[in-house]
Design a protein around this ligand. Sequence first.
Ligand code: FAD
Length: 453
Amino acid sequence: MTNLDALRQRVPAGILLTDPELVEPYRRDMTDLVDAGKPAAVLRPTTTAEVSAILAWANDSRTVVVPRGAGTGLSGGAAALDGCVIVSLERMHEIREIDSANHTAVVEAGVINADVSRAVADAGLFYPPDPGSYETSTIGGNLATNAGGMRCVKYGVTRNSVLGLEVVLAGGRILHTGGKTIKDVAGLDLTQLFIGSEGTLGVVTAATLRLRPLPVATATFAATFSSLDAGGRALDAIRASGVTPSMLEIMDNATINAVEDYKRMDLDRSTALLLIGQADGPDAGGQVDRMLAACTSAGADLALAADDPEEADLLLEARRAAGWALTRQGATVVEDVAVPRSALGQMIAAVPRIGAELGVRIATVGHAGDGNIHPILLLPDLTDGTRKRAMQAADRICATAIALGGSITGEHGIGELKRQWLPDQLDQTALDVQTAIKRALDPNTILNPGRGF
Ligand SMILES: Cc1cc2nc3c(=O)[nH]c(=O)nc-3n(C[C@H](O)[C@H](O)[C@H](O)COP(=O)(O)OP(=O)(O)OC[C@H]3O[C@@H](n4cnc5c(N)ncnc54)[C@H](O)[C@@H]3O)c2cc1C
């Protein structure tokens, strides 16, 4: 009896796919530079009990498990490994509970991010973390990568909106952490341990999410700059003004042009840097006025508030389209670095220099309010020479972020792509502690080995 025959006896028929044509769409995520392996099967459980049976079998048979959400990851974390089983959570998409009194929702891992906010809108609530992939990516994938997004500058990243988890451990045991309470210091914070662990410590099957009241008002603005330096100065001035934006995003010239090519939005194709910002709450308009003044004092060519909600929606749509517009131009490496916010101007300025020196086209887009940018390497092909140059550029970008006191990844995770740079950022003690945690929770190394830390 093969390993898979043994599994068939433990799970219902129909959750196991082995036909190569059906398996193929599950092999990769959106990382062009990580080569996907050949999986033995794809498993699509519908209940936590089925996930538990799969992990018990995988642990007994020493079969590698690659957990998967929607496969929109940008660091190769969900790409198949040779001989693995891919455990796709896509069919666990139930919203189990909405508790409007406590501002919480219990959702399964396969629920699409944007569906959470849609489901709770009638209760006057929303779920803040909003990665650019929010209409596609899953809560499980967001949790596993600790995803960020445009609203994180005010509301925090995924970990700031999660109160509890249901996780299946390597041997099949089901762990429940946290709950509906905002404050809870009983024991170690296991919820936070699993968030950002990239499928290496357990498979998340459900989460208790923290929701927020919909803002009473929002105001939106855009400012254009003829140089990256002036844009950097505007970001410093906005921070110094004491305003709390609910969004503060940038798009450079190459990004603006990619968005215009993708969908005509009448953005000015000659602008060096476009800043899009938003404030929410009772004083949203006043806060936007202060951000506009900061942009003007920093030398903006144009700094205007959006006159009506449609105009505001268009600006946000342009920014949300940027990732898709750039990744569909051809092969890409979507870099993701974060620096202390006062160093962001230096980071933004370093990127085109690195691109010019190595002959790599780079478009930059990012969550400027968080000090988190995505220099997107636009590659003509995936030949060995191009790959080598791209990795050199990525190496220089990561080194610059570290030298500025920052991180090699702000929100996309280490996955497979970024493992080589992790020891440049973390010292040996930090790496040893992470390895010890991994050994304790996954002694047979079946969970997404070679990914993350
Ligand atoms: C156009 C575009 C824009 C994007 N914008 C952003 C952005 O603004 N912010 C941001 O942070 N990211 C962004 N991303 C990256 C990506 O969407 C996120 O990393 C997202 O969280 C991945 O979710 P997913 O469901 O696709 O997960 P996958 O890609 O399937 O998996 C990602 C990782 O999580 C693990 N995993 C998935 N589900 C589980 C589970 N249930 N339990 C345990 N481990 C699991 C996988 O093994 C893998 O390591 C963007 C991607 C695209 C294509």
